[in-house]
Design a protein around this ligand. Structure first.
Ligand code: CO8
Length: 257
């Protein structure tokens, strides 16, 4: 598939999506967001792919929404455009998504990063929601996802000031999983992706499903939900393979069935 603003490739069982508009710091125009969604859906339905890595070409992961494209919008054009339905679908991807980010992770770029499941950042990466400085606010989940991650106090400070958050601060606040040297960003992200690709895919899928429910459900509802997913896994061949391999003292070979 040929895209205009992204590139995709596959390595072993990992699908890689690279934002590719470096001359505009990978600022997200609407075509680019729909291409990202299209690529995610293609990897989601590809049986050879178990994990997705999302990254950016050039010095930034993404400097946010394309301000020039957005500046002429009005409430009705935005309502009719319904651009956020793409973002809603993006949140339904069931395979693990690792964000490999560097440079600027700003505005909509930060929201895209927060839509990933795990984040690895190059040293020197800066995160920010600068929308307040443009007279607007995040619209693709930034106020919600950031608050659920770091709590109301930090979220309000960062969203109101638009200040830049260092990779260390992001790590200390549970926004990212790891900081790596810039030149090792893809290598380290692929290492993590390869570990996940060797795990039983349906377990990964139902763990993601259950963890996501923890955000919306009460503890009691979440526990009930988790239990059903636990039972479901006993219907998979991978459960039999995993437990047999343990008993037979060999490495399991998971088929995703
Ligand atoms: N939109 C459009 N063009 C951009 C953007 C952007 N967000 N960011 C950078 N560019 C362009 C610049 O205009 C410049 O173009 P040109 O070479 O033609 O002048 C080129 O990219 C390189 O940028 P700079 O020269 O500015 O690079 P610097 O290294 O000097 O500065 C910064 C980097 C600090 C990141 C700076 O570019 C900047 O402040 N960018 C804007 C950041 C910002 O405000 N982002 C928030 C946008 S609003 C938003 O994301 C709302 C989300 C809503 C939902 C999501 C929908 C997708």
């Amino acid at each position: 598939m040929v895209y205009q603003f992204i590139e995709t490739r596959m390595k072993n069982q990992v699908g890689i999506i690279e934002l590719n508009r470096p001359e505009r710091l990978n600022s997200l125009n609407r075509k680019m967001v729909s291409e990202i969604l299209e690529a995610l859906l293609a990897f989601e339905s590809n049986e050879d792919i178990r994990v997705i890595v999302l990254t950016g070409n050039g010095k930034a992961f993404s400097a946010g929404a394309d301000i020039e494209e957005m500046m002429g919008d009005n409430p009705i054009s935005l309502e009719l455009l319904d651009q956020f339905s793409d973002w809603d679908r993006l949140a339904t991807i069931k395979k693990p998504i690792i964000g490999a980010v560097k440079g600027y992770v700003f505005g909509g770029g930060f929201e895209l990063a927060l839509s990933c499941d795990l984040l690895i950042a190059a040293a020197g990466t800066e995160f920010s929601f600068p929308e307040v400085g443009l007279g607007v606010m995040p619209g693709a989940g930034g106020t919600q996802r950031l608050t659920k991650l770091v709590g109301r106090t930090k979220a309000l400070e960062w969203l109101w000031t638009g200040k830049r958050i260092s990779a260390n601060t992001a790590l200390n606040n549970g926004i990212i999983n790891k900081i790596v040297a810039s030149e090792l960003l893809m290598e380290e992200s692929m290492k993590l992706a390869t570990i996940l690709a060797s795990q039983p895919p349906i377990s990964l899928r139902l763990i993601k499903d259950s963890v996501n429910k923890a955000i919306d459900y009460s503890l009691h509802e979440g526990m009930q939900y988790e239990r059903k997913n636990f039972y479901l896994l006993f219907g998979t061949e991978d459960q039999k393979e995993g437990m047999s391999a343990f008993v037979e003292k060999r490495k399991p070979n998971y088929q995703g069935k």
